[in-house]
Design a protein around this ligand. Sequence first.
Ligand code: TXA
Ligand code: MG
Length: 327
Amino acid sequence: MTERFAGTDQDIEAAARLLAAGELVAFGTETVYGLGADATNAKAVAAIFAAKGRPHFNPLICHYASAEAAFADVAANDAARKLAEIFWPGPLTLVLPRRATCEVALLAGAGLETLAVRVPAHPQAAKLLGALGRPVAAPSANRSGQISPTTAAHVLAGLRGRIAAVLDSGPCRVGVESTVLDLSTGTPFLLRPGGVALEALEAAIGPVRFGMPVDKTVDRHAKLRSPGMLVSHYAPALPVRVRADEVAADEALLAFGPPLPGARLVFQLSESGDLAEAAARLFEGLHWLDAQAPALGLRRIAAMAVPETGLGLAINDRLGRAAAPRE
Ligand code: TXA
Ligand code: MG
C-alpha cells in the first residue's frame, strides 16, 4: 500500500505527482523525515493529521525550494533575509507573517496569521520541492507521540499503509528537527532549539529570547492553556458554543451535516459528515464567520456536534478551546 521509492529522478517525479494529486509522501530532509502534503491543499493537509493520529491541529512547517519562493508567501524582514542568506538551505525554520496572497491552507498554519517556513538542504528534498513547484507542509513522519524518524525504515514502521509513499533518501545527516525562530515581531524568539545553534543565530542577528512573543498571541484565552503548549492557535473573535442543537437569533452556525433550522449565516464544514473535509475547512470557517457575522448583528458562533472519532478529536479540541470561558 505504501510505495517505497529510491532516490532516482524518476522516483522523485513520481513522488511529486503523488503530492500534486493530494496524496501523502514521506521524504528525507537533513534533519528528520517529513510527512509531506501539498500545503495549498487543505484536504491533503488534513490527511497529515489523520495519518499521524494527532489529537490537535498543530501548526506545521512549510517547505520551499528556495528563499525566494518562501518569501513570496511570508513577509521577510532584514533579520529573516540575513538568516536565510547564511543558513538556507538548512535546518532553520523562520516564523513570519503570512502575505495576503499566500495560498497555503489555513489548516497548515492552524489558522494563525504567521507561517513557519524553511528551505531544506537535502538534495532529494530540494528536487522534490522543485518538481512539485508548490510548498510542502511536513511535520516529522511519525505517529503522534512517537519519536521522529531518521530513516525510511523508521517511517514505514510507524506509517506503513497510512501514506502513499516514502522517498528513501538515506539516513538523516542532522538527526534532530530544525531550529524554529519567530521573527514575526520586533524581537526574535527561539521557539524550538534544533539543527542550527542559538549561538550561530545570535552571531548573525544579535540577542535571541526564549519562548513565545506575547504580543503576537492571537488566542484570547492563552492563559487557560497548559504551559506545555508552546504555540498559541487562532481563536475566533466571536464566542463559540459547542454541541449546539438549536440556533439562537443572534448566532451564526458552524454546521456539520444538515444545518440546524433558522440560522441566518451558515458555514458548512461538511455536508456529508466527512471528518477530513470538516478538518480541512475548520479554520476557514471560523475566519469566515468572524468576518461575516458582525454585519448581520450576530454575536456568537453555534457549532454543531462533531463525533469524537478520527479527526473529530482534533476538531473538538479546537472548538473546545474556542468555547472555553474568556477573561
Ligand atoms: O526539521 C524539521 O523542522 C522537520 C522536518 C520534516 O522539516 N519538521 C518538523 O515539523 O519538525 P513539525 O510540524 O513537527 O514542527 C513544527 C514546529 C512546532 O514546534 C510548531 O509549534 C512550530 O514549528 N510552528 C509551526 N508553525 C508555527 C507558527 N506559525 N508559529 C509558531 N510556531 C510554529
Ligand atoms: Mg514531530
